[in-house]
Design a protein. Structure first.
Length: 117
């Protein structure tokens, strides 16, 4: 069975930092592209960032560029999202996902990030 387990969310103040982790098991991690998505209350799920198996990164909304950094540790089967200078509008449930080809096949349960003023 494939498992993606996110951790590292929490309640922080604006300007703080958080590092999310996603531990993956049950698949050949090094072969998969990994990504982070988020969903705020009342909004659609939004692509945040992904990293392919070669380490190439892509970021979604302009609002996260320069503040968020995605990385992966293939030895630990883990993908990370470093989030700096957090803003209240970053409040959302953050999900990690994995894909071998075009479609995001595997998803975690999500971790809540809440940023207060």
């Amino acid at each position: 069975q494939v498992h993606l387990v996110e951790s590292g969310g929490g309640l922080v103040q604006a300007g703080d930092s958080l590092r999310l982790s996603c531990a993956v098991s049950g698949l050949t991690f090094g072969s998969y592209a990994m990504g982070w998505f988020r969903q705020a209350p009342g909004k659609e799920r939004e692509f945040v960032a992904d990293i392919n198996r070669f380490g190439m990164k892509d970021y979604g909304a302009d609002s996260v560029k320069g503040r968020f950094t995605i990385s992966r540790d293939n030895a630990k089967n883990t993908v990370y999202l470093q989030m700096n200078s957090l803003k209240p509008e970053d409040t959302a449930v953050y999900y990690c996902a994995g894909r071998l080809r075009a479609d995001w096949t595997y998803w975690g349960q999500g971790t809540q990030v809440t940023v207060s003023e």
